[in-house]
Design a protein around this ligand. Sequence first.
Ligand code: NAP
Length: 481
Amino acid sequence: MVARVIPVDCFDLVIFGATGDLARRKILPGLYRRWKEGQIPEGAVIIGAARSEMNVDGYREMIRAALDEFLNPSERDPEVMQSFLAMLDYVAIDARGEGGWKALAGKMRGDMVRAFYLSVAPALFGDIAARLHEHGIANRASRIVVEKPFGNDLESARALNDVLAGHFHEDQIYRIDHYLGKETVQNLMAVRFANILFEPLWNAQFVDHVQITVAETVGVGGRGDYYDHSGAMRDMVQNHMMQLLCLIAMEPPHHFEPDAMRDEKLKVIRALDPLAPGDLVRGQYSGDGGDDYLLESGNPDSMTESFIAMKLQISNWRWKGTPFYLRTGKRLKSRVSEIAVTFKEPPHSIFGESNLWRENVLVIRLQPDEGMDLRVMIKEPGPGGMRLKDVALDMSFAEALGNDLDIPDAYERLIMDVIRGNQTLFMRGDEVEAAWAWVDPVIAAWEARGDRPEPYDPGSTGPEGALMLMHRDGRRWREIR
Ligand code: NAP
């Protein structure tokens, strides 16, 4: 089955930070794929902007090399690549200087969607936003896209919101959380709100607990210095994991529409109980070889966590009493992102004690191999009486929808949403602030206590304390395979 591609309107897209890692590895390869699929119309222009002095040919060469490096061989098509590169332009601009802005203004065309993607350090957001206005480059119809990290705490997030609000209205600001662009995440919305099956069970009466896991096998690598000022709580929980939590826990919005969705997500964050110290475990990988956090971060005294596990409670009618367990970490056994909704046992087993009940679990896999499975009990086939067995009703998107289905990468989908002017999958300013308002006191409390992260072996499932967090509640984490 081939996905139906609806072309977007013609646009001028300016990428600030166009020579950087994110632009070369994700943004431009993503745009290439959308061009190849026919979603980007002829006449669209992508303008790279960064300080490096080079002409347009130099920039096209740089991006040709990036496409060679970051696309799969099967995606490369010399003719398509040629026409894609012809769409690129380049201006040398220092966000903090005066040169280049007039040239950029001269490249903007009248009746086009105009979007500015700020793939640069957040410290530059204010300078760029201000100059776009000073030079008449941005107008009321323009859109501005900003990357994570959106602040390091509530105060800095507020400052960024204020800076952007000084030049753009909220309906023009697209704060990217690429987790929201994943196919499965949107399918979670479809499963919850397009079927009658789950919604009646989607509450504390029937759901025993929810687990959200984002496990990585990589360490901090070359990002050690950046990561050491951040840690798992800021880097993963405050944004991606809280967004996933919101999508699982939110009430049905009246419409699949940006503000309706974001209003409901905000209510979830506001209903989170403050975290009790005993409901938190922080870890740091500690190995004999090069795979040691203290070595990789370059900070031998670091107290930063590369792993975190937490038990969260949502105080509202729907969820009171159902815990949400979150865990994320680096250098773990395998790379897995999934949400598992575990339902309660039936009140009475008619099949007797020998048929131990295993829970129904709905697993939503974000990676690898996006899909869902629902574990249900069936009779074990064959003679020997009524023996029960739990099996998975498995839906791998690739299998269910055809192996040749082209599922756009999260970045591709989100950039096309910017061009369409659809903010549904982007975070609103008040959501980001509410998430920081919950996270800040948790961090302040562990800093005040001087808590050291618990060491864990690289390649393991995390520190012992994380297992205990579950065991004491008579539960266990799903296996990280
Ligand atoms: P990077 O590789 O360091 O690239 C930074 C880019 O900004 C370069 O193109 C650089 O080009 C440009 N730049 C720096 N100072 C500038 C200035 N004064 N004026 C104009 N351009 C300037 O960083 P990155 O990894 O691409 O990340 C970009 C942003 O995305 C960061 O905020 C990062 O946190 C975020 N992010 C990155 C990733 C990722 O996977 N890389 C993932 C999520 C979020 P010149 O030196 O030529 O000016």
